[in-house]
Design a protein around this ligand. Structure first.
Ligand SMILES: Nc1ncnc2c1ncn2[C@@H]1O[C@H](COP(=O)(O)OP(=O)(O)OP(=O)(O)O)[C@@H](O)[C@H]1O
Ligand SMILES: [Mg+2]
Length: 313
């Protein structure tokens, strides 16, 4: 394991979109797992009271004594008490549904937005990357992620209304940056459940790229943003993996979804250190221009390992 030269703090990525069901948790879990497979020491943090990241990682809420809630509401204590080891290079801080109470419990605490960063500061040097899964809202939990993070990734689906929502989200992040974290940058859009062959998806991606380009010379926190590659195709294995409490690399490492997230991790690593050749995840280079970006039964061949699942889905 090699830390990026001269870097003492990890890359801290908040995965945010206030719209629900766009692929935040799927992306946080599988991108984080791909980074760990690439040899990075990764900490995943579940900041969503739905606890979907924890469930996706196979953490049984009854088996853990401490969760992210304790970090936010208890003053002090060893932060390692909340860490669950998932795999080599991969640790997680789980959430439980009691996290929903944190919002009101912290209302009178003037320091409420800095709690996560303060509580974890002593263990951050143990990691190369921290990936935070946020709830689909912009309350105190998401603010804790924005204060702690140095980067934001926004998963979205290429739909017209989603594009409008992302514009609003970026404006909100701009306001947050002005008040609580001026160094925060929105660096990546992750296209999720992508259906590249539809006219709508092509138009939305083109509008998105135009919007990003028009921001390059403005003093906004998304001026360095890019659409991360490749888009993540709709893949039934990605939807099945959480119910087995497994990342896509544990559940079906050869499927399109696993390959897309491996390549996404390569792209993220290239952005973090452009001087290095990023093939560390062992991803098979795929010409995304040729590969189908959505699986439909007509595209499933008899030898496709996804065939049975797709047909039975
Ligand atoms: N590429 C994909 N292909 C197929 N299904 C997917 C894909 N990405 C996500 N899903 C499924 O879509 C649903 C929503 O995804 P996910 O839970 O990651 O979204 P989310 O933004 O975290 O939702 P929430 O806002 O509720 O936290 C889940 O059932 C997930 O398994
Ligand atoms: Mg989620």
């Amino acid at each position: 394991m090699v830390m990026d030269a001269g870097r003492r703090e990890p890359h801290i990525v908040a995965v945010i979109n206030q719209k629900g069901g766009v692929g935040k948790t799927t992306s946080a879990v599988n991108l984080g797992a791909a980074l760990a497979q690439a040899g990075k020491r990764v900490l995943m943090i579940d900041l969503d009271p739905q606890a979907h990241m924890s469930l996706h990682l196979g953490i049984d809420p009854d088996s853990i004594e401490h969760s992210v809630y304790d970090l936010l509401v208890e003053d002090g204590g060893d932060p390692s008490r909340v860490i669950t080891r998932i795999d080599d290079n991969l640790d997680a801080i789980a959430a439980e549904t009691d996290l929903a109470a944190a919002e009101s419990e912290l209302a009178s605490n003037p320091n409420r937005n800095e709690l996560l960063r303060e509580q974890l500061s002593s263990i951050l040097p143990n990691y190369d990357a921290v990936v935070i899964d946020c709830p689909p809202s912009l309350g105190v939990l998401t603010l804790n992620a924005l204060v702690m993070a140095n980067e934001v990734f926004v998963p979205m689906q290429a739909h017209f209304l989603a594009l409008q929502g992302v514009g609003k989200l970026l404006e909100t992040i701009g306001l947050v940056c002005n008040s609580v974290n001026p160094d925060l940058q929105v660096t990546g859009i992750i296209l999720c459940m992508h259906e590249r062959q539809t006219m709508l998806a092509r138009e939305v991606v083109s509008d998105l790229e135009e919007f990003i380009e028009s921001s390059r010379d403005q003093d906004v926190p998304w001026r360095a943003c890019r659409v991360l590659q490749p888009p993540i195709r709709r893949n039934i294995k990605l939807a099945e993996a959480p119910s087995f409490g497994q990342t896509i690399f544990q559940y079906e490492p050869g499927c399109h979804g696993a390959n897309d997230y491996r390549q996404l991790a390569d792209d993220v690593l290239s952005g973090w250190d452009p001087s290095k050749d990023q093939t560390a995840t062992g991803s098979t280079p795929v010409d995304t221009k040729e590969a189908p970006c959505v699986e439909t039964p007509s595209e499933i061949t008899p030898t496709d390992p996804d065939r049975d699942r797709v047909e039975s889905a």
